[in-house]
Design a protein around this ligand. Structure first.
Ligand SMILES: Nc1ncnc2c1ncn2[C@@H]1O[C@H](COP(=O)(O)OP(=O)(O)OP(=O)(O)O)[C@@H](O)[C@H]1O
Length: 619
């Protein structure tokens, strides 16, 4: 068995080797070096940048596959389209060579009137994330470069101040660049004169976020000599459209993994599961997963509507489970702070509303009733159109993603699941699927190429959640669910918004001075008016059957072995975690299985979530 696995692994390795570079449109053949263990030095990266990578909180020692391929091409000045899985390190794949190129021209005496590099991303959250990454690289490498971020909520005076100088690198959204052009703080002629590198990150999302017109206006100003890079996690008609719009005869890099098998889009180190349950039963199912410790923390739960996320939060609170909510209604400072706290491990459960697709669908159906239109207009005004928590955000140490509601498309699923299993860490997803959502589950399965030969694309029934476990909590859950009324949900939502608006200004002022002071405002405060009944906090022993006890014991053991104690400043995983301790790989509610469909036979390569210094083939 072990030998067979090794042979398979070797074959995969060889075939990946051959396929790693696919230059579909570029006539030149790109030869990959034989030694695929090429280091950053061997890729030609500037020692200052390598030192900056070493200085990171989690030191980065070796390039990921997409970085190995993309960095040399970008350094050579090629236009590149890079498609690689979520969490595969695409950001550094373009940032490192971009910085290196700017470092080499930084001393040039030519006075520029506009930034040399534009990095455009679809959401405010991503803008902040990329800006932080680029700023930390600049600081650690002591490079004489300046980066700024522009967001749509900045007044024209702040935009002007930020662009004074000008900075070398601008990180922003397309609509904010359009705004800067329209208020005259960016000038068409200076862009045309100064722009050397244009990056469109999360390119598969830029058009769906409604930026097409803004991008068209900008690309008309991009000079022919400008190097253009396009990064995406999935391929789509939108990516093709953008490719045609901005790139000139680019190198197209994709990282398929196994010859003859449909491209993998979900990282191999993420195990995907589903649970069949009626809509009304979803609360009790999620309660069983969390309360009985049947999934590993931290947990990111997706809903499709803001009200649903508050209903879930209030419901869980009654059982002593504290969570925070994240949605487009909240002020941007609060959203960024919630993400920071969650990433730092200040709370374990985050309920994020991913309603972009629902909104898009609604928009497509718009026009039927004036009344409906009015109310939708009202709703849209309140929500931040640049909110995109699902897309591209680098969540740290999320071990489980739960789809409380199923996404409306396969691409939406890929992006949600991609919030776990980042870089070399392991993760799992559990989708709660109602009969109405079976169709989308099938669509997702066929998109992923769910078949016996392609382990990483299989979505299996979740083995750790048994019927008994659910039934043991049903009475309490149904009784409690009744107390979470529509009015309670509405009040909690309004209260949360009020709190966060008040917090938002405080946050802004405070974090400018104390960027690391995360404890100041916790976002997982209890919103229920009545305090939770004490007897609901504990699940009495007699309610649990032996199988569930065993399963939850194993999940806890695994967490302890992985060093995932979710303390505010996690020191990283313990190194001796063994693969066979992962209950998803070794546990069966129905006894040992032979086939792999039950989800027990999938063997991710990662025994732990250590991701430094360790060379892994698949991301
Ligand atoms: N060479 C590396 N070694 C170890 N970790 C890395 C390496 N490169 C990047 N990472 C880490 O991997 C994580 C994911 O990287 P990144 O956010 O760039 O992924 P991505 O491919 O852009 O994902 P998505 O498509 O979801 O946006 C980050 O925490 C990053 O610091």
């Amino acid at each position: 068995m072990v030998k067979a696995d090794k042979t398979k692994e070797k074959k995969e390795k060889e075939s990946k080797h051959k396929q790693e570079i696919q230059s579909n449109e570029e006539p030149d053949v790109v030869e990959e070096e034989e030694d695929e263990a090429r280091s950053f030095e061997e890729l030609g990266l500037d020692p200052r940048l390598i030192r900056a990578l070493n200085k990171k909180e989690i030191s980065i020692a070796e390039p990921t596959p997409i970085q190995r391929v993309a960095i040399p091409l970008i350094l050579q000045g090629k236009d590149v389209v890079a498609r690689a899985k979520t969490g595969s390190g695409k950001t550094l794949a373009y940032l490192l060579p971009l910085l290196q190129k700017l470092l080499s021209t930084a001393d040039s005496s030519r006075k520029k009137l506009s930034p040399s590099a534009f990095i455009l991303v679809p959401s405010g959250e991503l803008c902040q994330q990329v800006y932080k990454e680029v700023s930390s690289l600049i600081d650690s490498s002591k490079a004489q470069l300046k980066a700024v971020q522009l967001t749509s909520n900045m007044p024209a005076s702040d935009l002007r101040n930020a662009l004074a100088g000008p900075p070398d690198i601008l990180v922003s959204t397309p609509s904010c660049v359009a705004k800067s052009l329209s208020v005259g703080v960016l000038k068409s002629e200076s862009i045309n004169d100064s722009l050397e590198i244009l990056v469109l990150d999360e390119a598969d999302l830029l058009l769906s976020f409604g930026y097409e017109e803004d991008l068209k206006a900008l690309t008309a100003l991009v000079p022919r000599r400008c190097q253009c890079l396009l990064m995406s996690a999935t391929s789509s008609a939108d990516v093709d459209k953008l490719k045609k719009l901005v790139l000139h005869n680019p190198y197209v890099l994709t990282l398929p993994e196994v010859e003859g098998v449909k491209d993998e889009v979900i990282p191999k180190n993420v195990q995907q599961f589903w649970v069949s349950c009626g809509d009304r039963d979803k609360l009790v199912h999620v309660l069983a997963l969390l309360k009985l410790d049947l999934v590993q923390k931290k947990v990111l739960i997706f809903t499709n509507a803001i009200d649903m996320s508050f209903r879930l939060k209030l419901f869980l609170e009654k059982f002593g489970i504290k969570s925070a909510v994240l949605n487009a209604e909240l002020p941007q400072n609060s959203r960024l702070h919630i993400l920071e706290e969650f990433n730092a491990g200040l709370f374990d459960y985050l309920i994020a509303t991913d309603d972009r697709e629902t909104k898009e669908k609604e928009k497509a159906n718009e026009g039927s009733l004036t009344e409906t239109r009015k109310s939708k207009k009202h709703a849209k005004q309140k929500l931040d159109s640049e909110f995109g928590v699902v897309r591209g955000i680098d969540f740290k140490n999320v071990h489980t993603v739960i789809n409380y509601d199923m996404p409306l498309s396969a691409a939406g699923y890929v992006h949600r699941i991609g919030r776990t299993g980042r870089a070399y860490s392991t993760g799992a997803s559990v989708s709660l699927v109602s009969p109405d959502e079976m169709e989308i589950l099938e669509e997702i399965k066929s998109f992923l190429g769910d078949d016996e030969n392609n382990e990483s694309n299989v979505i299996s029934p979740y083995p750790l959640l048994t019927k008994n476990a659910v039934e043991s909590l049903r009475y309490r859950a149904e009784d409690t669910a009744k107390s979470v009324t529509k009015i309670a949900v509405r009040e909690a939502r309004a209260q949360d918004l009020r709190n966060e608006i008040l917090n938002s200004e405080k946050l802004k002022a405070h974090f400018e001075v104390n960027p690391r002071d995360l404890d100041l405002l916790k976002h997982d405060k209890v919103l229920s008016k009545k305090p939770p009944a004490p007897h609901l906090s504990d699940v009495p022993d007699y309610l649990l059957d032996a199988t569930t006890k065993e399963a939850s014991k194993m999940v806890k053991l695994t967490r302890a072995a992985m060093g995932n104690n979710n303390s505010a400043r996690r020191q990283g995983p313990k190194r001796n975690f063994r693969k066979n301790k992962d209950p998803l790989k070794s546990f069966s509610a129905e006894g040992p299985r032979r086939g792999r469909k039950g989800g027990m036979k999938r063997e991710g390569k990662d025994g732990d979530d250590t991701h430094k210094h360790k060379k892994k083939k698949n991301l």
